[in-house]
Structures are given as C-alpha cells and as structure tokens.
Design a protein around this ligand. Structure first.
Ligand code: NAP
Length: 248
C-alpha cells in the first residue's frame, strides 16, 4: 500500500507504543484518528504533533469494555473527520499478571473485551465501511506469549491467542480487499507501574540480550503496511524471547 494520503485508526494511541505508531504513520503521509480511553491530554498532544508533521489528526475517547458501542463511536469519529478509513490498528490492551487461581471474572471479562472482542467488532465495522473495490489493511498487536503456553498472564495470553486466530481467520475472510496481519512484540516498554529495571531483568533472558524499542515495532508496522503480498502473518519482534518462552 502506498501510504501517502491514507487514513488510519489506531486504538490506544495517545501514549507509548500506540503513540509511536501514530507519529510514524504521520511521517509516512497518513492522517490518524487517535483513539484513547483516559489519556485525554496525551491524545491532544499526539494530535498536535501529527499536525506539526503536516498531517491531519482527530481524537476520540471510547471505553473498549463496551466493544460494539466503542467500535461505532470510533468509526463515527473517523468517518466524520476524514470520510474514509484505510488502515485499522488494534493496539489498545490490558495486561494483568494473574494466574489460574487469582483471575476473577472481572479480570477475565476485561481482558477478553478489550483485547479480543473490541478488535473483532472494530474489524467488522471496518470491513462493512470499506467501499467496494478499495483495499484496506488491519494490523493487530499481539504478543509472543499468544503463541506459547505459560502459567502467568493467563487471561491476557488467552485474549492475545484469540487475536492471533482472529488475524488468520479474517485474512481469509476479507481477502483480497483487506490484508490482515499481526505484530507480536517482546519486551519493549515496562508495563504501566513498572520501571526500567523490569526491562533490564527481562533483557537478561532475551537471546539478543536487550529490550526492544517502539521504533522497532514501528519499522515492522511500515513493512507490513507496504507489503502487498503478505496476509495472515504474525511477525514476532522479540529478540528471540519467543524461542525460550522467557526462560532464558
Ligand atoms: N509494552 C510492551 O513491551 C509490550 C510487549 C508485548 C506486547 N505488547 C502489546 O503492544 C500493544 C501496546 O503496548 P503498550 O505497552 O504501549 O500498551 P499499554 O500502554 O498497556 O495500553 C495501551 C492503551 O490501551 C488503552 N486502554 C486500556 N484499557 C482501555 C479501555 N478499557 N478502553 C479503551 N482503551 C483502553 C489505554 O488508553 P488510555 O491511556 O487512553 O486510557 C492505553 O494507553 C498492546 O497491545 C500490548 O499488549 C506490548
């Protein structure tokens, strides 16, 4: 896809990796709808930085715990501002370190609603809105943990495994109009509430002996969006951590 003049919706893009992807796409000539939940000031700041790069931006708040309503609100905002959407990036996520014994029903529901059910309804709406004979791209942000068994982050892992399956099913369902791919990051940023020592510890167990950076996720995103013959793929960007399951 030639990215110049395209429009992207990115969930959870006020801060962190989502924000980095939004600015990267703006540099590549894309107008961006910044979805956020609570980070309103940061969303406005990210929009301003996109406008400084000469692209258009709008922001919309929606709680992905209410998936169908949120999908409607997000696409309504993007269509009102831009009149079209070419790219959907499902990035917003919750990430709790809970196992079988301490996962509550509320934990289960929030992970499945935000990390899996919302991407499903956003993809459904995106596909419905794409005019005939136009092409589109969906990129789902998963995690290497989605493809490895493990005892921790159980609801998270299951939600991201579902998102991998959704990626593959929709790549078939929506071809040839829409390509659907996923990026599986490893240790990129410490989870909210953790400091850099979290990443330093993780890095010791990464075969490439370092953490990654948002820029490395952004480069992978650009590769996927510019690759017209790739669909149903999960690209892991984790320094080899997926090979050891985080055990070093
Ligand atoms: N960080 C890493 O090293 C790493 C590693 C592996 C995979 N990943 C994946 O990469 C993606 C980005 O990671 P990240 O660490 O940058 O994400 P993050 O900061 O944990 O979350 C991104 C955004 O999700 C939004 N969000 C959370 N709950 C929401 C809700 N109920 N409704 C709407 N939005 C909600 C938040 O928006 P507001 O701030 O506006 O509330 C948040 O800023 C995620 O899919 C994550 O699973 C990240």
């Amino acid at each position: 896809m030639n990215l110049e003049g395209k429009v992207a919706v990115i969930t959870g893009s006020a801060v962190r990796i989502g924000r980095a992807m939004a600015l990267t796409l703006a540099d590549a000539g894309v107008d961006v709808c910044i979805h956020y939940h609570l980070s309103q000031a940061a969303a406005e700041q990210t929009c301003n930085e996109i406008r400084e790069r000469g692209r258009n931006a709008t922001r919309v708040s929606a709680n992905l715990s209410d998936p169908e309503t949120a999908a409607a609100v997000i696409f309504e905002a993007a269509m009102t501002e831009f009149g079209k959407v070419d790219i959907l990036i499902n990035n917003a996520s919750v990430f709790e370190n809970k196992s079988l014994t301490d996962t509550t029903e509320a934990d289960w529901d929030s992970h499945l609603d935000i990390n899996l059910k919302s991407p499903f309804f956003l993809c459904q709406r995106f596909a419905k809105l794409l005019p005939p004979r136009q092409t589109g791209q969906i990129v789902n942000i998963v995690d290497w943990r989605a493809q490895r068994a493990g005892k921790e982050h159980l609801a998270y892992r299951i939600s991201k495994a579902g998102l991998v399956t959704l990626t593959e099913c929709l790549a078939l369902e929506l071809a040839p109009a829409i390509q659907v791919n996923a990026i599986a990051p490893g240790a990129i940023l410490p989870p909210p509430g953790e400091d850099l020592s979290y990443l330093e510890q993780r890095a010791q167990k990464v075969p490439l002996k370092r953490a990654g950076s948002p820029a490395e996720i952004c480069n992978t995103l650009l590769y996927l969006l510019r690759s017209d013959f790739v669909t149903g793929e999960v690209l892991t960007v984790a320094g080899g951590e997926q090979l050891t399951g985080g055990l070093g």
